[in-house]
Design a protein around this ligand. Structure first.
Ligand code: BMA
Length: 334
């Protein structure tokens, strides 16, 4: 398949990167992971909670341990900026079938905190949903069929159903390569999922030529569900760009608005990236440079939106924007 190259991309001017970025790195974590990134973040019982991904290895020699050593860590914060990392990892499934769990996303619904996560298994990639009230005990409610990933839950039921965005990997049906899209399913109980529908196709996003997928769990605004997604473009001429021998992809963040009553309908879409890799911690010296991977979005009372994202698959960062500016970008489309 011939691909249309995307070329240079810029972040929207409504975005401000936190000047003290990154907000969390491996150096902040006492049990010594090599990489700390792709966190889920929410507010729960009066404080900010972050569940982050730990990958292990040796940054000095640019080697990672086998992926089976990935697990999830926990940090709390009073302001969403300074984080107190807890002494031990808080989650990691592993058995004869499950290889590892990663890329958590947190959503509070009716006072309980739900965590979506990716699961690598010997028979495919699955999406998991667990619930916790203390971030120590997690009850796993659901594991999807393979291949599915990047599941995120909406923060409330819509028309009496729980709703999630997700990104299946239909390899045969999409020509054998990465041509992956953003879907939505609903559920009466968070266990059984159905009524699946396509929300956005990769071809709808001018800055993607590879795949897209849900990013942070959506937030409610009067104009619709504000929803981030990651968008991937590939360029075969890219070579070594990070620790790996070759890394030909770039991950940007996009933003869309979904209908409040029927989130299968897109009511606004910004046709340019909300964030493209630009800062040194996004573009240089990481495991995979040029990766922005949002996993948490918090709407503050004054209209500030905090967007948390993994940068270069290496550190966790924060950017902010005003909610009205984000909604305007989606509605104006460009
Ligand atoms: C995706 C996931 C993410 C990662 C991204 C960029 O496929 O594995 O965890 O951040 O690739 O490497």
């Amino acid at each position: 398949m011939t691909i249309q190259l995307i070329g240079a991309l810029k972040s929207s001017t409504v975005i401000t990167r936190y000047p003290g970025n990154p907000v969390l790195t491996a150096a902040d974590v006492p049990y010594k992971p090599a990489l700390v990134f792709n966190a889920g973040v929410t507010k729960y019982e009066g404080r900010y909670v972050m569940v982050f991904r730990n990958d292990y290895g040796d940054p000095a020699t640019h080697t990672l341990e086998p992926s089976s050593t990935t697990n999830l860590g926990l940090a709390y914060s009073k302001d969403g900026i300074q984080w107190e990392v807890q002494p031990k990892p808080c989650f990691g499934l592993k058995d004869e079938e499950i290889i590892r769990t990663y890329d958590p996303r947190l959503t509070v619904i009716d006072g309980r905190c739900y965590m979506c996560f990716a699961v690598d298994t010997k028979h495919g990639l699955r999406g998991g949903i667990a619930v916790t009230e203390d971030f120590e005990h997690f009850e796993v409610l659901h594991l999807s069929l393979p291949d599915n990933r990047n599941m995120v839950l909406f923060p409330e039921k819509i028309g009496s159903k729980y709703v999630r965005l997700e990104r299946p990997f239909p390899v045969y049906g999409r020509g054998g390569g990465d041509r992956f899209d953003m879907w939505l399913s609903d559920s009466p109980d968070l266990v059984y999922w159905g009524n699946s529908a396509l929300v956005l196709g990769v071809e709808d996003i001018p800055f993607a030529n590879d795949k897209i997928g849900p990013a942070a769990p959506p937030i409610r605004t009067p104009k619709g569900w504000l929803t981030t997604f990651h968008a991937v473009d590939r360029d075969p001429s890219r070579g070594k760009n990070g620790w790996e021998a070759a890394w030909r992809k770039r991950y940007t963040a996009g933003i869309a608005l979904l209908d409040l009553e029927d989130p299968r309908k897109v009511v606004g879409l910004y046709k340019e990236p909300l964030m493209a890799p630009e800062a040194p911690y996004e573009a240089e010296g990481g495991f995979r440079n040029d990766v922005i991977f949002p996993g948490g979005m918090i709407l503050e009372d004054d209209g500030e939106v905090k967007l948390y994202y993994g940068a270069a698959d290496t550190v966790e960062c924060l950017a902010t924007a005003h909610v009205d500016d984000l909604v305007k970008l989606c509605l104006e489309g460009k």
